[in-house]
Design a protein around this ligand. Structure first.
Ligand code: F6P
Ligand code: MN
Length: 336
């Protein structure tokens, strides 16, 4: 079967819409190439001596795994010299990373979570890379990029996506004109389109949430989950399934393909603050989910409308099937 490659898809998209600029195409190609290398490192596992922790902590206070740091370096190195970027930001770096002066600079800002779901690395389960692309503000040309230049709501994203390193290596991408899935042909080394435009299936009775946090949720979130756990005898009148991979990429991918809802609301453990990061986890996923016909909220407002105040700001996340997202938010405040 003849399939569309990622390169050809983007060239045709560029011709068709006229919106996709060659520099953005180069950026996506570069990220996709880095993801191939990360996939290779992840796939080696214990054989490549890439597993385990480094003994250091990132800015979030999380223990850094070797692969977190390797993947971060791979993304930085791949994207530094192409001339398409003004700066980068990552979950693994406290401050933004400006393009060194020896390289030409472009107009885009790239944000990423190099390895999402890292607790899964050492036990051979799916992890992924999440990325989001913004444009540097017009007044930034000719001066150094500062963190404030990244403080744009998710609606300003020009592209977003993730790679998932699981049974297959898959790239899911949106350029704001639908969501497309590409599977890595490992023998040839090329990304081949395998699905899209994706439409989030409605009406799937499946939720993804860390139920161990039940006692720490707001009454609204507890009510929503308790009703679903009541199954056929609950107000929904049907049995639900629960699935939790503890890797946002894997859980969101399942929801994009099969439907359902993902919740990581704020809980008491974090003094009312949530766990997931707005700029390189929630925003790119919200963009993808909306592009596939779903909804994404922090419980108060649409995630894509949240005005960021810091690079590593955290946000409550409820996303997926539009009807389910509306149901839980209608139950009252999801903050604690
Ligand atoms: O990046 C944070 C993350 O690893 C997500 O990928 C995942 O959804 C979540 O944290 C898992 O959280 P928990 O450890 O509470 O299951
Ligand atoms: Mn993550």
């Amino acid at each position: 079967m003849k399939r569309l490659t990622l390169t050809r898809f983007m060239i045709e998209e560029q011709r068709r819409s006229g919106v996709l600029r060659p520099e953005l195409r180069l950026l996506i190609e570069t990220v996709a190439r880095a993801c191939k290398t990360i996939s290779h490192a992840v796939g080696k596992g214990a054989l490549g001596e890439v597993l385990g922790s480094l003994g250091s902590e990132n800015v979030q206070g999380e223990v850094q795994k070797k692969l977190d740091v390797i993947a971060n370096e791979l993304l930085l190195e791949a994207n530094e010299w192409g001339g398409h970027l003004a700066a980068m930001a990552s979950e693994e770096m406290e401050a933004i990373h400006r393009i060194p002066n020896r390289y030409p600079k472009g107009e885009y800002l790239l944000l990423f979570d190099p390895i999402d779901g890292s607790s899964n690395i050492d036990v051979g389960l799916s992890v992924g890379t999440i990325f989001s692309v913004l444009k540097a503000p017009a007044d930034a040309s000719g001066r150094d990029i500062v963190e404030q230049d990244f403080m744009q709501p998710g609606t300003s994203q020009v592209a977003a996506g993730y790679a998932i390193y699981g049974p297959q290596t898959i790239l899911v991408l949106t350029l704001g004109t639908g969501v497309y899935e590409f599977t890595l042909d490992r023998e040839v080394g090329s990304w081949q389109m395998t699905d899209g435009p994706l439409q989030l299936p409605a009406g799937t009775c499946e939720f993804a949430v860390n139920t161990a946090r039940h006692e720490q949720w707001s009454p609204a979130v507890r009510r929503y989950l308790d009703e679903r756990l009541a199954g056929v005898n609950g107000p929904c009148g049907k049995d639900y399934n629960m699935r939790w991979t503890a890797s946002m990429v894997a859980d969101v991918h399942r929801i994009l393909k099969r439907g359902g809802i993902f919740l990581y609301p704020a809980d008491h453990r974090t003094a009312g603050k949530a766990r997931l990061r707005l700029m390189y986890e929630a925003n790119p996923m919200a963009f993808l989910i909306e592009q596939a016909g779903g909804a994404a909220t922090n419980g108060v407002e649409r995630i894509l409308d949240v005005q960021p105040r810091g690079l590593h700001e955290r946000v409550g996340v409820i996303l997926g099937d539009r009807t389910e997202v509306e149901t839980v938010t209608a139950y009252g405040s999801v903050s604690v």
